[in-house]
Structures are given as C-alpha cells and as structure tokens.
Write a protein that binds this ligand. Sequence first.
Ligand SMILES: [Zn+2]
Length: 575
Amino acid sequence: MRRRRRTVSAKLSFALFLAALLYLAACTPGLAQPGHRSSDDSPLSIPQLLPEANNTSGRSSLRPMPLERSIAAASPAESGAAGSVLILYDTAGEYGWVGQIHARMLANLLGHFPVTYKAHPVEDYRRGMLRRFDAAFYIGSTYDNVLPPNFVRDVMTGDTPLCWFKYNIWRLAWTQTGFSSKFGFTFNWLDWTGYDTIHYRGETYAKYQADPELGYVWLLYPSTCEEIATASRTVDGTTESIPYIVKGGNLWYVADLPFSYVSEEDRYLIFCDLLYDILGYTPPETKRALCRIEDVNPISDPDELRAIADYLYSRDVPFAVGVVPVYTDPLGFYSEGVPEYTELSWNPDLVSALHYMESKGGQIVLHGYTHQYDSTPNPYNGVTGDDFEFYRCELAEDWSTIYSGAVPEDSSKWAKNRVKAGLAELQAAGFTPVAWETPHYAASSEDYLVFASMFDLTTQRAIYFDLRLPAHGFKGDGPPTYFGGQYFPYVIQQDIYGQKIAPENLGSYEPDPWPGYRYWYVEDVLRCAEKNAVLRDAWASFYFHPFYEIESLEEIVEGLQSMGYTFAPLRQDME
Ligand SMILES: [Zn+2]
C-alpha cells in the first residue's frame, strides 16, 4: 500500500510538471484548436492550450488588458543599459491570443532585470513610440499581420535596440529600400523543412519539430551583421545550417517564437541568456544550484528525511523542503475506502525530523495546504500529493491532464484562507516557511496574486493567462481564455502577478514509467544542467522525492558540483 502511494504520487508529480512545462507551447496555428487537444501522441505532446471554462469575468472579448510595470523590479539600471522597455505584440486574427501570452512570458523574463516595461498591441502603434524607450521587442506571432506604417517607418529610421521575433519581418525586408544596408541581412522565406538543433556558445539545444517553422535570413554584410545562434540538421551524414538569431545594427532577429514548445533543454534558454546583451546588462558569470526535497507531508518517513539531511550536509548543500502540512485521503483511495486525515503536528517524530533537516541546512517551503482539492478526484484520486489544489483538472482517456479551469469557489479570499490554514498548520508544528510553492505548479491568476501578496519569495514554475485577471469557475458563458506554462532559468524578481520566483529548471528524478509521460533519469537532469551551464547567469535547480533511493540524489548533487555549480540557499534578496 505504502509503496503504491509513493509510486503514484511521484509519477503524478512528474506528469504535472511536464504538463506545466509544455501545455502552452501551442502557439503554433494549426496545432492550437480551442477546446481540443493535440492528436500527436508523442510523450512530449501534452495538451497545449485549453479554454478556461466558461469565463464569467464579464469581459466580452479577448482584447488585452493594459500590461505594464512602472516600477523597476530591482535596483537602478547599469549605465548604458536599458531602463525602459517596449513590448509590441500581435493581437490580430484567430490566434491573436498567442501574442498576448507570449508578451506576458517576455514580461516575466524582463522581471529578471531592473527595467520598467510597457506592453502594447502592435496594431495600435503610435508614431514615435520606439524612440521613447531604451529597448523594444516585437513578437511577430500572427502570420502576415499588417504592420502600421508608422511602426515600419520608425524601425527604418530609428536606432532603438529592437528584437524582432519570427513573422512579418518581410514587410520591411521586401519593401523598404535600405533594409539590407542598414541591418546587413535580408529575409528569404519561412522554412518548414525542419532544423532541429540550435547551436549557441558551443552547446546545442533542441527545437521541437511539432513546429519546424523558422524565418530564413541571409547575412549580406558581415561587417554590419553577425550570426549569434545557428540552426542545423544532419541528414545522411550531411549537416546543413541556417542562421537562427542574427544581430544587424540595432536589430536582433530571432527566427522563431522561443516561448512555444518549451522544454528544459531547448532554445528558449538561448533567448533568456541573450536578454543580457539585448538590454545591455553585464551578466554575473556564476553557476548556482538549488535542491528541493519534494512533497514532504504528515505521512512521510522521518528516517528517510534524516538520511537525506545528513547526506546533503556532508556535501555542504543547503536545501529546500517542500512541505504539505495536512495529509488527506477523503475517498480512502489508499485505505480501502476508509478516509484518512493527518496533520503535521500530530506526528512528533516527523516534526522532529524536519527540525533536524533545518539544523542541517534545510529550509521549509510551504507547498500548499492539502495538495489536493475537496473530496473529489482532481484529477486522480483526491489524495494529498497526487492531486491539484488550486486548479481544476480532468483526466483524458490517455491519462494526460486536461486543465479545466479555476475551481468553482475560486476567489482571492478562498485562496488566502487556504494559504493561511497551511501557515497555521506549519506554525503549530513550529515552522515558518521561507517561500511558497504552488502544488503541481498550477493556479488561477487570482490565486497567484494572493501568493505574491503573502510571500516575498516563491520557488516554482507558473501558468500565465491571456487575460490578466481570471475567469471564475464554471458558471456562465463567455469566451475561452488561454494560458501557457513557463519556467525560468534564473531568478525573476517580479513576474506579472508580482511573485518573486527562484528557478526550478531541471525537473525531478523520475525512474518509473507512466502512461503518456517520459522517464527522467539522473543523466537527463545532468544533461540539462550542462546546457544551462553555458548561460552566463546559470542555475541548476531540481527537486527530488525522498522515497526514491538516495544514491540517485547523490549522483545528481555530485554531478552538479563537478560541473562547477555551487548550491545556494533560498533568500528573499537573491538575484
Ligand atoms: Zn507537489
């Protein structure tokens, strides 16, 4: 029985993080069908986009809300670095929501830097906007979107650093005299033939081939334009390559939408690293690591926790412990139909083990109140650690997860009360958490706003909606909304909800199979850490379930240390 619980819990946790990682990806027209899931059954093909059930927010269209941050997330800009940033994005067409979500994901990454930003639909561009900002981005996500003439003119005549993603560059390159001489490259066509490997700083990254499309440019004047990253493929022993990211004059061109189909080892990381150069900031050139022991709850084994604490202490590794302070199995899923319920403070041996972990460098992270929802499967069995707490989910026939929407009673007050209850349970056992971690990395926007207001630090991945505020529950009719999942390769001082986020970018060790999901072995965690090591503000952050064999934890920790990563504690002032 116990083994079964452990196994299921771990598999589901893994499934969830994977889903959180990939479901947004869908930002490719043709793959993105509201209300439908991808028919691709590869293990990486998690449902990509989902309507949030029955929007009752009263909004009648998907017109984006204003999106801006007027106060920089950190200290003042370095001299010469960007202090203010403009994000322009497409909203036109059936897939206009894609641009809205990608704009939010970009805004989250800007939360790593001490910049203010303003996000604005490109269709509403007004003359002179570009030059009022220190740097700008245009997310070309709507194919052949008509660009305002003022925008085209300002790009051609201005010198504000501008990063352009994928589509519609041809509206300049093919019509504006002087484009090539100003920027040193020209645009050829959209390439669908499939370049699956991206090269950057001596490392390779994946480009997921459910979306093979890339903008294909040629460098004409090497004195003006340089190739920053390269896309390649190898067929029958022959390797072909095309530019992937180029910089000509003040224009960066990214041949792709790097927020689509994101995995832990793909080209999204390249763009994250290049933000330092685009914005003009000096990277710290550090390699730091985070370790989190996951899903510790009132029925966890104290001896396993003590053994882990002893090992990590012996390796000089500070670590986080994600604690769920209440265990419940209201349907008796693991107890032959008899409901179970236990609070942390009812288990003195476990409380003592957690204090022991603290004495060895452990830091308590509040990982939900019950890590399940009500007395109903959400989506699996209603058991702590297995189910979602802050978002409603269902299981598809193939056991993949359908994100149905906010829970029916979702509100700021509801979320706040759950967090408060979790804090009270922790405090009853003598603990004060250093951070928050959302169970299964999913909640409504309103819940995230609550987490941001109650914690100075979180450690997690998160989901982001095309509307800033959530649709509530399942009642009423309204337009669907969309969301995407995002992880971060470095510290985000402030995401669009206001959360400070310590990264989790490597996932968790997962040796057991599960329908629809991949294995994730020690070598997978370490391979992704190698790819992150190339970044100039490198982090290797993973989590580990304490019921797995400690030898795997040892291999990961020592593997990361041998790559030059230094483990760091969670701190509210971490950068
Ligand atoms: Zn969990």
